[in-house]
Design a protein around this ligand. Structure first.
Ligand SMILES: NC(=O)c1ccc[n+]([C@@H]2O[C@H](COP(=O)([O-])OP(=O)(O)OC[C@H]3O[C@@H](n4cnc5c(N)ncnc54)[C@H](OP(=O)(O)O)[C@@H]3O)[C@@H](O)[C@H]2O)c1
Length: 229
């Protein structure tokens, strides 16, 4: 069974990904920036006889990332799958033309620099055949005709998609795959109540990318189907 870490896993899609992977028998690490929230989430799973190890990991804090990597090395000895799921969508994110620089910087720090930094820190623990899954969004697509909403968020996901392609290229020689996926519009704190999908539907492609026999590398998926960048 694989050792799998999910960032931002105390709620929403990340929590559901952990639940499904734990149910499938994997050794799952539930990473959360807040220790209490991570422990509470793991305790909720334990009520259903599902095991997940809570680990503190703030994707914007290099010290926190390094500490988490050390802990995973000490307790698990390796990481087979990294699912970069943590992200923010700020309510102030309304305009790239007139919004504050801080909105753009905070969004990029969490949604793009964060996953890249986490990937870099965990790569030394990842054996040949390991996988990195980036949680992106159709909002980051350069060919999907969406626009006019949360521009910093969309920009951060476009950059994350570009990072996916570069990392996939660089890590091919180590036989480590790197793919992005869009969960669709999902009912979570981020997605809101009007979203048409539930977290089971939203997490399906992440679980598939983490566990399917063959997924390729350097690709962008939604509903297990490859989609254009
Ligand atoms: N929901 C949608 O419709 C939708 C659509 C497309 C893509 N996505 C993507 O799916 C992923 C999960 O979204 P969601 O809908 O489940 O959102 P969510 O319910 O708001 O959960 C976001 C998670 O990220 C964590 N997080 C935020 N900043 C962090 C940081 N600096 N370090 C570590 N964790 C951090 C949050 O922790 P706290 O609880 O501590 O804040 C929370 O656990 C995101 O990448 C999102 O962009 C979602």
């Amino acid at each position: 069974m694989a050792v799998i870490l999910v960032t931002g896993a105390n709620k929403g899609i990340g929590f559901e990904v952990v639940r499904q992977l734990a149910r499938a028998g994997h050794r799952v690490i539930l990473a959360a920036r807040d220790a209490q929230k991570g422990e509470a989430a793991a305790a909720l799973l334990a009520k259903d006889q599902l095991a997940a190890t809570p680990v503190v990991l703030d994707v914007t804090d290099l010290v926190s990332i390094e500490k988490a990597a050390h802990r995973v090395k000490a307790e698990f000895g390796k990481l087979d799958v990294l699912i970069n799921n943590a992200a923010v969508l700020l309510k102030e994110d309304q305009s790239l033309a007139t919004g504050t620089a801080e909105v753009l910087h905070k969004t990029m720090r969490t949604n793009m620099f964060g996953p890249v930094a986490v990937t870099r820190a965990f790569l030394p623990l990842m054996p040949a055949g390991a996988r990195v899954v980036m949680t992106s969004s159709g909002g980051g697509s350069m060919s999907d005709p969406v626009g006019g909403w949360s521009p910093a968020y969309c920009l951060s996901k476009s950059a994350l998609n570009a990072a996916t392609r570069h990392l996939a290229f660089e890590l091919r020689s180590r036989n480590i795959s790197v793919n992005s996926y869009c969960p669709g519009w999902v009912k979570t704190d981020m997605g809101g109540k009007s979203a048409p999908r539930n977290v089971e539907q939203g997490s399906d492609t992440a679980v598939w990318l983490a566990t399917a026999e063959k997924t390729g590398t350097g690709k962008f998926y939604r509903d297990r189907q490859e989609m254009p960048w």
